[in-house]
Write a protein that binds this ligand. Sequence first.
Ligand SMILES: Nc1ncnc2c1ncn2[C@@H]1O[C@H](COP(=O)(O)OP(=O)(O)OP(=O)(O)O)[C@@H](O)[C@H]1O
Ligand SMILES: [Mg+2]
Length: 258
Amino acid sequence: MSDVVIHFAGVSKNFAAKGGITEAVRDVNLPIARNEFVCVVGPSGCGKTTLLQLCAGLARPTAGRVVYKGREITGINTDAGYITQESNLYPWRSLIENVEFSLEMRGMAKAERRREAQQFIDLMGLAGFEEHYPYQLSGGMQKRASIARTMVYDPDVVLMDEPFGALDAQTRMILQAELLKVWSLKAKTILFITHDIVEAIALADRVVLMTRRPGTIKDVFRVDLPRPRNVFEIHGQPGFAEMYRRIWEHFKVEMKVE
Ligand SMILES: Nc1ncnc2c1ncn2[C@@H]1O[C@H](COP(=O)(O)OP(=O)(O)OP(=O)(O)O)[C@@H](O)[C@H]1O
Ligand SMILES: [Mg+2]
C-alpha cells in the first residue's frame, strides 16, 4: 500500500528503568494514509508521546515495526517534522534565529530565510518578538515558536505532541484554524496528540482512542464532519454532539470516570 505514509505494525514498547520495566504501548496497529489528519487521544501515561518518538526514530520498538514511507525506521527520522510536548528552542538563539535554523542548515541565503521565517512568525502571532530569547517569551509563545520553527521548512509529515495544550482557549482555536489551513493548502500528513476530544474532532479525519497503559488502540472513530471546518463553532455542527458522546463513552472508562 504505497499510500500509507506511517504504519505502526504490531508495535510494542517497553522501557527499562530503575523501578523495573514499564510496558508503555502494546501491539499497536495503525496505518496512516498520505494527507490524512489523525488525532490520538488517551489518558496521561498511555504511551502517546512514545508513539511519536518511535515515529521520529528516537526510540526503537520492543516488538513490531514502524514503517515510514515504505521503509522500516531504524535511525533518526529527519524527514518528519516533530513538534515535541516540551518546547525545545535553542536558548542561545533569538526567536527569529530559532525559526530560521533549519533553513540555515539547508544553506538558504540570509535574506530569503529571514523572509520565510518572518512569514511564520507573523502567522503564529509572534511579530514584534523576533529578537527576544526563549526565556523572554511566555510558555504559549514558546510553543508557537516551536510550531513556526517546524512548519517553516515545510515537512510533508508532521508529528505534533499536544502542541496547543498550554494555550488559552481562544489562541488555541486560532492556531487550530491556521493549522487546518496549512494542512489543506500544503497537503500534509499529520499525526497529532491531544488530551482534548473537542480538539480531536475539530481537526481529525480519524480519532484514535488509546487505553490506559499499556496503551493499546481501543477504538478508531472516523470524523465525517464536512471540511473546511469552522473550529470556532464546531460544537454547533450537526453530528458533533453525537461524535463527542461516542468517544467520551469509551474514553471515560479509561479515565475511570463514572
Ligand atoms: N525514556 C523512558 N524511560 C522509562 N520510561 C519511560 C520513558 N519514556 C516514557 N516512559 C514511560 O512510558 C509510559 C508512557 O509514557 P508517554 O510519555 O508515552 O505517555 P503519554 O501518553 O505521552 O502521557 P502524557 O499524556 O502525560 O504526555 C509512562 O509510564 C512513562 O513513564
Ligand atoms: Mg506525552
